[in-house]
Every structure is written in C-alpha cells, then in structure tokens.
Design a protein around this ligand. Structure first.
Ligand code: SAM
Length: 315
C-alpha cells in the first residue's frame, strides 16, 4: 500500500463523518438559531456511508472514526451504522453530539460498538444555554450525559467560550464536569460560517480561560499527544481539563483528520470549500490520487477560517 503522506509527515488516521446537515439546536457559532429541519428528510442510506468508510479504511488503515454532523443522533439508522463500522475492525468509534437525544440512544449505541461521546455543552445555566443554542432543554442534555455514563461510554464535554455570551460559564461548567468526573475541553471560537469575518469580537483566548480557571483551581500542564486537538492541564485535586485553542496554539502541523460528508465528498481540512468527490473513484489508484489531493488542503501552520459552517462540513 503506497503511503499517503505529505511533506510535513502528515497522513489520515482519523475519519470524521458528517451524517447529515440538520440539527435540533441553533447554536450562535453555527446557525444563529436558524431552522435546519429541511435537511432531515433526504438522509443518505447506511449502506452508502459504510461503502465509503470501508474503501477509505482499506487505503488508510484508519484508527478512529468520529460521527458528527449536523446532529448525528438525528440520523435514522445510527446503531446500524455503528455496528457496520465496528464490523470493519476500526479500533475507536466515537461521536460528537449536542446530547439532546442521548438519554434514549446511549445504551443502544454502546451495544452497537460506540465507545466514546463528546457532548457539546456551552452552559451550565438555562438562560445561558438558551443564549448559546437558541433552544431550551439544558436538563435534557444533562440527563443524556447521565445516561451515557450509565451505559459505560467514555464522556467528555466540549464548550465553545464566546466573549460576553458565555464566558461566565467557565467555572460552573468546570465544577459540573469535575463533579461527574468527566473531562471538559474549552474551545476558542473559530472563524467559520457566518462568523468568518467577525470571530475576533467573540474570541476568548486560551490565556483568558486559564486565568479564569486559576481563580478557582491550581493546575499543571500535561504533555500533548501527537495529533491531539487539545492541550491539557491537571488540577491539584486530580481533575483534567483541556483547551482547543485554534487561534492561540494552532494544531495543524500534525493534524491527521480526514472528513467525509453525506454526499460522498472528502475534505482534508475544515478550511477547505473544495469538496473532493470519491463516489466515482472507481479504482484504488484513483482513490489514492484523490486522498493525496485532500492532503494538499491541509494548512501548514494555522487554520485560516472558512465560509462553510461546521453544520455543513461536520464539527
Ligand atoms: N451537533 C453536534 C454537536 O453539537 O456536537 C455535532 C456537530 S457541531 C457542528 C460540533 C461542534 O463544533 C460544536 O458543538 C462546537 O463545539 C463546534 N463548533 C461549531 N462551530 C464552531 C465555531 N465557529 N467555532 C468553534 N467551534 C465550533
């Protein structure tokens, strides 16, 4: 198998699959409350996703699959899809979700082979939850997290911090996560979609988050793992928290992620508006050629922003 590797030594080992572009929340950084229900109807069949994933796995020997969207828990045949991925022997199967439907789905997904869930949660208080997601239902998400823990899934919380919108939620969310013994990662906002030209006004930096955490906790940095998106710290009490700091500490230099959307397009980088269709790549050589094309989309140093929202390309 010829290597698919770029001049910085980067390859693809993690595949993020965007299952659909519909979402049941309307988060400010993504859709600004817009209704995305029209995307719910025409969902791509499980067999099509499995076919694309199997072909990519054959070329890349993938280590991790992360299912995302839109909201992946709205995808109609999710347990079947997870089962199919498990049958391919890909070692790690993970999902990124807003957790709204997790109470019902946590157990069936764990039984199908899911191991880990990242729950996007931007507030620990209802008013702030509404400000960020334009929907009510914080309690539903918290119940979903409980269900995921009870089902034996690894659970992490991801929180985008936006200046003057939810920067008062850092400590309440950290307290919540630590009380459940789950890891929390704070994200710097990225210049995507409608924020493409105006993310700066909302940017709350890694340094500011750390200053806020330092007002309540003592902590030490932990070593960064290769290809990790996050930096981590450990508190004196033994709790771990992270920062995904695209602006302050970009992590493009060893990025190993490839993205697949529901139309059968791959992307080598979140910043790329140029889908590469693999539907008609009818030989292994042709698929490899397109994978190398996707590799060229990666940024050398830093993600520079995109007009695509993560709703479309998958978060
Ligand atoms: N619906 C699922 C969820 O809420 O986790 C999966 C998709 S959603 C696009 C995934 C995550 O991407 C969001 O929760 C948020 O953490 C992140 N995200 C989306 N747009 C972002 C932006 N402009 N800046 C930073 N993070 C963003």
């Amino acid at each position: 198998m010829p290597d698919i590797i770029d001049r910085y030594g980067r390859t693809f080992k993690t595949l993020r699959v965007s299952l659909l572009s519909a979402c049941n929340l309307g988060c400010v950084y993504c859709t600004l409350g817009e209704n995305t229900d029209m995307f719910r109807k025409a969902q791509a069949p499980v067999e099509r996703f499995l076919m694309h994933i199997a072909r990519l796995h054959q070329e890349l020997n993938l280590e991790t699959i992360r299912l995302t969207g839109g909201e992946p828990l709205l995808y109609h045949d999710l347990p079947q899809l997870v089962e199919g991925v498990r049958a391919m022997g890909i070692p790690e199967i993970k999902i990124t979700t807003n957790g709204f439907l997790l109470e019902r789905l946590a157990k069936p997904l764990q039984e199908a082979g899911l191991q880990s869930v990242n729950v996007s949660l931007d507030a620990a208080e209802e008013a702030s939850f509404y400000r960020m997601s334009k929907r009510r239902g914080l309690q539903k998400v918290l119940t979903g997290i409980e269900a995921a823990i009870a089902a034996g899934l690894e659970v992490k919380v991801n929180t985008v911090i936006m200046r003057d919108l939810n920067d008062d939620q850092i400590l309440p969310l950290a307290r919540y996560a630590f009380s459940k013994n789950i890891q929390i990662r704070f994200l710097e906002v990225m210049a995507m979609g409608h924020l493409h030209k105006q993310a700066d006004q909302y940017l709350y930096t890694q340094e500011e988050v750390l200053n806020c955490m330092a007002s309540a906790y003592t902590f030490e940095p932990e070593a960064r793992k290769t290809s990790a998106t996050a930096n981590y710290w450990r508190t004196a009490e033994g709790y771990s928290f992270g920062m995904i700091a695209n602006e302050s500490e970009p992590f493009c230099h060893d990025c190993n992620r490839l993205r697949l959307d529901a139309q059968g397009n791959i992307y080598g980088c979140l910043s790329s508006n140029n889908p590469i269709n693999i539907k008609d790549a009818d030989s292994s050589e042709e698929l490899q050629r397109r994978l190398n094309q996707a590799l060229l989309q990666k940024q050398a140093l830093k993600f520079t922003g995109s007009e695509l929202s993560m709703l479309e390309i998958g978060g």
